[in-house]
Each structure stands twice: as structure tokens, then as C-alpha cells.
Design a binder for this molecule. Structure first.
Ligand SMILES: *[C@@H]1O[C@H](CO)[C@@H](O)[C@H](O)[C@H]1NC(C)=O
Ligand SMILES: *[C@@H]1O[C@H](CO)[C@@H](O)[C@H](O)[C@H]1NC(C)=O
Length: 151
């Protein structure tokens, strides 16, 4: 019995340690494909959800409508780090990014609905300069997901 009990404890510890984050896209633009990139690598394109099994550090997402570079150059960029306890996300319009369409993000499964929407090239919700720290939205929960809406 002791053995079975310690197995159960081990199993629940393993479950608790399995950090997971889902990025959901809601593309209302009628064109373009949501893309996720991390460290110069494209992780997904055209999918409506992407699962990070573990921490997602310094990833970004944008809507590829044919005019964006591979890293989202010339387009509105959502930057995010989904790491248990220290999640952070923002919208960047800092060069080489420019406003391409409105975009919003919001956390779910923790900090539900907290996020930002940028609807114009001069929106105050996005980073225009490196010191626009108000643009960052942080969430200190675990296993949080991110919903990103285009248009
Ligand atoms: C961004 O747009 C400029 C001006 O249209 C263009 O010259 C440049 O090649 C574009 N950059 C990328 C990475 O597509
Ligand atoms: C996030 O997207 C999922 C899947 O579309 C949806 O079920 C959920 O309600 C959304 N949450 C928020 C906070 O928008």
C-alpha cells in the first residue's frame, strides 16, 4: 500500500510539473495566416492553436498576409513569454514592425481577459519605443494560455 501511495504521489508530481501553454488564434480579417516564430524558427503557420509543452520564451506571433517578413517585419507583432509564474506579452510596433492590422491579446486559464488591443498605428497600447513598458501585460500564474485576435 505504501508503494502504491508513493506512486500516486509521484504521478501527481509529474503531472503538476508538466508545464503547458496554448496559443489560440481568432483571425477575423478574412485573409492571412497566423504565424508563430521563436529564435528565428517558424513553429506554426495557418494553425488556429499551438501548444508549447514547456516554457515558451521570447516567442512572437503575427498575421502573415503576404507583406510581412519571416520574423514579422513590416507587420504588427505580438511578443510573448509564457513561463509559469512570469508570463509577459505585448504588442510591438517598433521598427522593423509596423501596423498592419488591429490585433489584441488576452490571457486565459489564468489572468483571464487581461491583455491589450491595438487598433491603429498610433495606438497607446503598443510599444512604439523601447521604454513603453506600459505596453507589457504580466501574469504570475501557471499554465496560462494566450488568445490572439486579428482584426
Ligand atoms: C518591409 O517593407 C519595405 C518597404 O516596402 C521593404 O523594402 C522591405 O523589404 C520589407 N521588409 C521585409 C523583411 O519584407
Ligand atoms: C480563448 O479562446 C478559447 C478558444 O477559442 C475560448 O474558449 C476562450 O473563451 C477564449 N478566452 C478568452 C479570455 O478570450
Amino acid at each position: 500500500m505504501m508503494f502504491a501511495k508513493s506512486l500516486a504521489i509521484l504521478a501527481s508530481a509529474a503531472l503538476a510539473a508538466a508545464e503547458l501553454h496554448i496559443v489560440w488564434f481568432d483571425n477575423r480579417c478574412g485573409n492571412g495566416e497566423p504565424v508563430i516564430v521563436q529564435n528565428g524558427e517558424q513553429l506554426s503557420s495557418g494553425d488556429y492553436s499551438y501548444i508549447f509543452r514547456g516554457p515558451a520564451t521570447a516567442a512572437s506571433a503575427f498575421l502573415q498576409d503576404g507583406s510581412c517578413g519571416a520574423a514579422g517585419e513590416n507587420c504588427t507583432l505580438v511578443e510573448f513569454t509564457l513561463v509559469d509564474g512570469v508570463n509577459s506579452a505585448d504588442i510591438s510596433l517598433i521598427e522593423p514592425h509596423t501596423f498592419s492590422q488591429s490585433v489584441g491579446f488576452a490571457y486565459s486559464n489564468g489572468c483571464d481577459g487581461e491583455g491589450k488591443t491595438c487598433a491603429s498605428a498610433d495606438c497607446p497600447e503598443a510599444f512604439h519605443d523601447a521604454d513603453d513598458f506600459d505596453a507589457e501585460v504580466q501574469c504570475a500564474r501557471n499554465d496560462v494560455n494566450l488568445n490572439i485576435t486579428f482584426c
